[in-house]
Write a protein that binds this ligand. Structure first.
Ligand SMILES: Cc1cc2nc3c(=O)[nH]c(=O)nc-3n(C[C@H](O)[C@H](O)[C@H](O)COP(=O)(O)OP(=O)(O)OC[C@H]3O[C@@H](n4cnc5c(N)ncnc54)[C@H](O)[C@@H]3O)c2cc1C
Ligand code: SF4
Length: 479
């Protein structure tokens, strides 16, 4: 450990964000970069507390105190080696992970955690800029062929590890470009797409074959893929949206959040996309239903499209400012979160339920809401409507950001008759195997909609199991 008392001398310092007036005029990344000297000082704040709760709460099992120590010593190269031992893509998580590790950092007891996420992205960006990250194809090829279906972070992580293990990996993607929700869901102002392209180029130079515009199960039979490859990893995500089937739902101007975000991401990426005027917020009153992160991404996107006003509504109560007694450290703190998009100008309303859409001439004109209150009962929280509180928020564009229920099952899931769990996610056992021999699965398709870091961890887990399966089948002569 570098400086045992660093945390007593050095205050938490974040890189900060570009000014609101500037950033709302473009889609470039909002977060800035701290200089290397300050970054090293921030790493000195890690006190190597003995039991690394940060590590416990990182789904990728990142060795946080170890790379913080290396960073403190100025050994950026060794820090990168330690970081990349557990995380294929720190440049993604370092930008957009909600950093559960920081919630569990011992310094978070006093709300001053180490800047773990920012340290992570600084290490990997230094590694790219100093040229330590070079294509390193495997020295020996095994002759085994693997198809990874879906090129989001879980499919990318699985493909990366399996290729490094010497297998021939083809990454199939139904969209025009690889990257999954990183490319088409997450807005550029959180994650520049050049960051995804840089990593994909590296993977291609190392031997991963990427085939886009291939909707497996629709454009080409999944059975053909099963027949041609030694193993498969299904990493198709979970993007079936939760709907709000109330009166007026069929009015024009009501869209799923992801459709709205995909449209803007495709425009930014220069993909020719026929965007209906209804999918643009310009000079419209926008209501986002759903107070989570996807909703927040819609807020930031609508503001950049020059909406005349944005309101985000949420059925749950407004979270507390500080932890409550039933949500102690070191657990993830369920406190009020204000994203950079919220700072850019948006009204937020909690404890309201959307009960009806109003409209004129087939077009939405408002969302009728009513207040609700939540009570703790023996069976858990119960919601009660507060009578006499109905009112309408005027709207020209309504975005439904109510989460995702499970993977899309039309296509390959149905064709293969893959067994699903109770929530309609792809069912796997501990070894990531599905109900079909030699077919494995990873990421949101298995876990339900989650986080990039969980998708990466799951893709890595599946890759390890596929590699084990192929080696066993080679030994047994079954492969
Ligand atoms: C708007 C939005 C913002 C988010 N922001 C964050 C954030 O800030 N931080 C965070 O940690 N997480 C965030 N997430 C969650 C995160 O993006 C996902 O958990 C993660 O991308 C899941 O990775 P995945 O690889 O399992 O699936 P996905 O990223 O969904 O990738 C699945 C891929 O499979 C492809 N595919 C599907 N079916 C087929 C088929 N039949 N043939 C070929 N290809 C197919 C899809 O086109 C897609 O490219 C966000 C999600 C959304 C929707
Ligand atoms: S991946 Fe997320 S949880 Fe893990 S160390 Fe990085 S920021 Fe923390």
């Amino acid at each position: 450990m570098g400086d045992a008392t660093g945390f007593l001398k050095i205050k938490r310092k974040e890189a900060g964000n570009r000014p609101v007036v500037e950033r709302i005029c473009d889609f470039s990344e909002v977060e800035q970069i701290l200089n290397s000297e300050d970054r090293i000082l921030q790493a000195a704040r890690c006190m190597d507390c003995g039991v690394p709760f940060c590590h416990w709460n990182c789904p990728a099992d990142n060795l946080i105190p170890e790379w913080n120590d290396l960073l403190f010593r100025g050994d950026w190269k060794a820090a990168y080696r330690r970081l990349s031992a557990t995380n294929n893509f720190p440049e993604f998580t370092g930008r957009i992970c909600p950093a559960p590790c920081e919630h569990s950092c011992v310094l978070n007891i006093h709300a001053e955690s180490v800047t773990i996420r920012e340290n992570e992205v600084a290490i990997v960006e230094k590694a790219f800029s100093e040229g330590y990250i070079k294509p390193s194809p495997p020295a020996i090829r095994t002759g085994k062929r693997i198809a990874v279906i879906g090129s989001g972070p879980s499919g990318m992580a699985a493909a990366d590890l399996l290729n490094k293990a010497g297998h021939e990996v083809t990454l199939f993607e139904k969209e025009a470009r690889a990257g999954g929700l990183l490319r088409y869901g997450v807005p550029d102002f959180k994650l520049s797409k050049t960051v995804i392209d840089r990593r994909l180029e590296l993977m291609v130079k190392e031997g991963v074959i990427i085939r886009t515009n291939m909707n497996i199960g629709i454009d080409i039979s999944i059975q053909d893929i099963v027949n041609k490859y030694d193993a498969l990893c299904i990493a198709i995500g979970a993007v079936m949206p939760r709907d709000l089937k109330v009166e007026g739902r069929t009015l024009n101007g009501i869209h799923f959040a992801l459709d709205f975000l995909i449209a803007q991401n495709k425009i930014n990426g220069g993909e020719s996309v026929d965007i209906a005027e209804t999918l643009n917020a310009k000079e419209k009153r926008v209501v986002v239903i759903g107070g989570g992160d996807t909703g927040s991404d819609c807020v930031g996107t609508a503001i950049r499209q020059k909406a005349s006003g944005v309101t985000q509504i949420e059925i749950l109560p407004k979270p507390p400012v500080v932890r409550t007694s039933d949500n102690p450290w070191p657990f993830y703190s369920r406190v009020m979160k204000t994203t950079t998009s919220h700072e850019e100008g948006c009204e937020r309303i909690w404890s309201v339920s959307a009960v009806r859409f109003t409209g004129t001439e087939g077009k939405v004109s408002g969302v009728e809401i009513e207040d609700v209150e939540w009570q703790m009962t023996e069976a858990g929280y119960s919601m009660n409507i507060i009578p006499g509180t109905r009112r309408v928020i005027e709207a020209d564009l309504v975005l439904l950001a109510l989460g995702f229920v499970h993977p899309v099952t039309d296509g390959l899931v149905n064709e293969l008759c893959l067994e699903l769990d109770a929530r309609k996610n792809i069912k796997t056992d501990k070894s990531h195997s599905t109900s079909i021999p030699k077919v494995f699965a990873a990421g949101d398709a298995v876990n339900g909609a989650s986080l990039v870091v969980r998708a990466i961890a799951s893709g890595r887990g599946a890759a390890i199991e596929i590699d084990r399966f192929l080696r066993v089948s080679t030994v047994n002569g079954t492969g």
